[in-house]
Design a binder for this molecule. Structure first.
Ligand code: FUB
Length: 354
């Protein structure tokens, strides 16, 4: 997680401020052309994880707010405190905001910064997976449950044992097994786990050197009750077309954050953000464990520093949910969008210009 060169001018977090900020950004964004429109304008939303449940589209985003935290490479300015679930009956249809689904104050172990969530459904229970810093300022992944896809969700008393870093992405395979992918470098703290133990010193500089192999995301299969890891956490390997792992200095290809898994025609597609080069890229493999071989750029940079997405099939068409900063012009006050994906005859993904 990094920062953009935009200044922070307000210190409040209510909807009135959000509206004013949108007005200020409007003249700037009026001259730009965007591929898609924000799905909602009443609140700021980011990191959309979309799922189709019983024929309806549910979006689990971050809820961006203005807190006046200074911008830095740790992402302190992303100081979100709750989640709202959005839903719509069809792409392009009315978007409903279902209100607060989970609040930091109701997570017993949480400290600060409720970042990008994901969700899953099994046997009548809805699961919300979320990263938040614990009281020692270490990001962990928690899980909360509900009888409704829109919450409210009740958090488990402790984070998932063995979980670390940020950006959980949950994928259920066609055989019913479910996997959780996680990780993000810099503010996402993945580099602090290099030795297997959390090391708080020298945050960003613990990344491998530019000629060393880049850090990969982590993953594990979930238990049948969806509440814990059923196996030791493993690193996911991402290889270049030459079959070699990407190096840390190759920052337009190496994993940064925001992983997502989908399956198409029996192939596993792992897509992610390259962070400081602002691309969404994808790699494919023959197993949910990888290795995954790089295939190309899925989306060129959006407006704003961060880029984060999910990919979902709706009624036989494939869509990418993503965010940019059209409404605010501020990198920490984002808005979610959706656009259709185009597949090449071989299943590959055309690059989108957002
Ligand atoms: O929203 C906070 C962080 O920004 C997410 O966890 C990252 O993926 C980036 O989008």
């Amino acid at each position: 997680m990094g920062s953009a060169c935009q200044s922070n001018t307000t210190n409040t977090e209510n909807n009135a401020t959000e509206a004013t900020t949108q007005d200020a950004a409007a003249s700037d964004s009026a001259s730009r052309k965007y591929l898609a429109k924000p799905l909602i304008k009443e609140i700021y939303t980011a990191d959309p994880s979309a799922h189709v449940i019983n024929g309806k589209i549910y979006i689990y985003p971050s809820h961006d707010i203005e807190t006046g935290m200074p911008e830095n490479d740790n992402g302190d300015h992303f100081a979100m405190r709750d989640y709202h679930v959005l839903s719509m009956d069809s792409i392009g249809g009315k978007v409903t905001d279902h209100g607060v689904a989970l609040d930091t104050k109701d997570i017993p172990w949480a400290g600060r910064q409720l970042w990008a969530p994901d969700a899953a459904f099994k046997d009548g229970t809805y699961y919300l997976y979320f990263p938040v810093k614990d009281k020692q300022d270490v990001f962990r992944i928690g899980v909360a449950t509900s009888t409704s896809p829109t919450g409210p969700f009740k958090a488990q008393p402790k984070p998932i044992e063995g979980s670390l870093s940020i950006d959980p992405a949950v994928f259920t395979d066609t055989d019913g097994k479910t996997y959780l992918y996680m990780g993000g470098i810099w503010g996402g703290q993945l580099q602090r786990w290099r030795t297997g133990k959390y090391d708080a010193s020298k945050p960003k500089e613990q990344e491998p050197g530019p000629k060393e192999v880049a850090l990969g995301p982590k993953m594990a299969r979930l238990s049948s009750d969806m509440l814990r890891f059923d196996e030791p956490v493993k690193e996911v390997q991402i290889l270049g077309q030459d079959g070699k792992p990407f190096l840390s200095g190759d920052n337009s290809h190496r994993f940064f954050e925001g992983g997502w898994m989908h399956k198409y025609n029996g192939k596993y597609y792992f897509s992610y953000s390259t962070g400081d080069t602002h691309l969404l890229v994808y790699a494919t493999g023959d197993s949910p464990y990888g290795p995954f071989t790089y295939q190309g750029v899925l989306m060129n940079p959006v407006e704003g520093w961060t880029t984060h997405h999910s990919i979902v099939e709706v009624k036989g068409k494939w869509y990418i949910f993503y965010h940019d900063t059209e409404l605010s012009g501020k990198t920490w006050l984002r808005n979610v969008k959706v656009t259709e994906l185009t597949r090449k005859p071989d299943g590959g993904l055309e690059t989108i210009n957002p």
